[in-house]
Write a protein that binds this ligand. Structure first.
Ligand SMILES: NC(=O)c1ccc[n+]([C@@H]2O[C@H](COP(=O)([O-])OP(=O)(O)OC[C@H]3O[C@@H](n4cnc5c(N)ncnc54)[C@H](O)[C@@H]3O)[C@@H](O)[C@H]2O)c1
Length: 401
């Protein structure tokens, strides 16, 4: 693929076929830049070069078609693409391990891997959500290699499913210790927005973690209040909507729901690790949010003989209208129910990677009880006599269990 195109690009994105890298590449190519999407996932590369998205992202497909047609984007596993790019944006995944520890070396190892393809005059833009201090480590790698390469940290703040609008709407945080790098990073992101916010690298690293952690704590607050109201025999959603009605100070109190996904939990763990594991509010939020599926099952056990019941879970992705199952609490719910219930059936209209999924009609017909795992709009109007547990209040019929 590379050989057919010019081997010089305005931007090379390392991790370019991922949930963040691909929309960013599309948006920049849409603005007229030439973009190489460098990735190690060969399957995703061929999907992208074939004009398809490897995951759901509303609005992305027509942009992909247009920029492929215009020859402004290519996905590749050839590192040479990086050598020919003025801007190298790194947006690989930064997950936590099985002990909930962040992998401090994920980004630096990727930079070492591509190190031989970095050349003087480039700017290296870190865009993954990183453990604080990673930008400084990358600066050291660049210096150790004797490279005249600028380094900036510009965190991605889009939410999956909204990337193709938010990339053009959200202000961009740009951070660097070098004025030249700051100017170049700003120029790159001015292709997307005129709103630029400047921070020091460590401030920006924390700003991104604080953003996700704040959201996670808000969801945990809502979920704890939900459980409290429910244990008291009251409907949290009736209380929430009443107290928020025309009362701006409480307007941001979320509904209850499974708060999970690839970012919020692991970024809360990253911040806890950064603070010597001293983050009571974050750790309490993990207990509340991750405990919600257990709570739901424990409450159901009080009124339903689960061991004789078939339970259907509707929605397996981590959030509505998404095909992303990473860290989805629907799967935790499924694991608990497989232990407790006679049978567990699952449905999701978006997820493509789970061979256990069944057609909606079958799940509804064969279940004694349905639980909404992710609030896909398709379930809002579902007609059935089977009881539905809906802690999200998707169907606006109350959230009590
Ligand atoms: N998903 C989101 O909504 C979101 C939003 C904001 C920020 N972030 C952050 O962005 C980063 C990326 O997240 P994501 O959800 O896009 O992850 P992802 O797993 O969807 O994408 C990462 C991509 O990087 C590729 N990759 C991994 N190692 C590589 C390497 N050494 N060289 C080249 N490519 C490599 C993978 O194949 C994958 O395509 C994370 O730090 C995440 O916290 C994610």
């Amino acid at each position: 693929m590379l050989s057919k195109m010019s081997s010089s690009f305005d931007v090379a994105i390392v991790g370019g076929c991922g949930h963040v890298g691909l929309p960013l590449g599309l948006a920049l190519a849409d603005c007229g830049l030439s973009v190489a999407l460098y990735d190690v996932n060969e399957a995703a590369i061929s999907v992208v070069n074939g004009g398809q998205m490897p995951f759901e992202e509303p609005g992305a497909l027509p942009v992909l078609a247009a920029v492929l047609d215009a020859g402004r984007i290519t996905a590749t596993s050839e590192r040479a693409a990086i050598r020919g790019a003025e801007h190298v944006v790194v947006v690989i995944g930064t997950p936590i391990d099985e002990h909930l520890n962040p992998d401090l070396n994920a980004v630096t190892e990727a930079i070492e891997e591509i190190g031989e393809c970095l050349v003087d005059g480039q700017i290296l833009v870190l865009r993954s959500t990183v453990y604080p201090g990673v930008t400084a480590l990358v600066e050291q790698i660049v210096a150790r290699r004797g490279l005249d390469v600028d380094v900036a940290f510009c965190p991605e703040r889009i939410a999956e499913g909204k990337a193709m609008t938010e990339l053009y709407e959200l202000p961009q945080i740009v951070a660097s210790r070098s004025p030249r790098a700051l100017e170049r990073a700003e120029k790159l992101f001015r292709n997307l927005t005129n709103q630029i916010v400047y921070l020091e690298p460590e401030e920006a690293e924390l700003a991104k973690l604080f953003t996700n952690v704040w959201r996670y704590i808000k969801f945990a607050s809502a979920n704890q209040l939900y459980m409290m109201a429910n244990d008291f025999g009251l409907d949290y959603e009736r209380i929430r909507s009443a107290l928020a009605f025309d009362y701006p100070r409480a307007a941001d109190l979320p509904r209850a729901g499974f708060a999970a996904g690839p970012c919020l939990f692991k970024d809360t763990m990253q911040l806890a690790a950064f603070n010597n594991n001293n983050f009571q509010l974050g750790q309490a939020s993990v207990m509340v949010n991750e405990g919600l599926p257990l709570y739901v099952v424990a409450r159901l056990e009080q009124s339903v003989n689960l061991s004789k019941s078939t339970v259907g879970i509707l929605g397996m992705s981590f959030k509505a209208e998404s095909d992303d199952i990473r860290s989805s609490l629907s799967y935790k719910l499924k694991r608990i129910l497989r232990f407790k219930a006679a049978r567990v059936l699952t449905h999701d209209p978006y997820v493509r990677v789970d061979p256990d999924l069944l057609p909606l009609e079958q799940v509804v017909a064969e279940s004694d009880l349905l639980i909404i795992g992710s609030p896909h709009s398709e379930y809002r109007e579902l007609r059935t006599d089977t009881p539905i547990v809906d802690i999200w209040n998707l169907r606006e019929q109350g959230v009590r269990i």
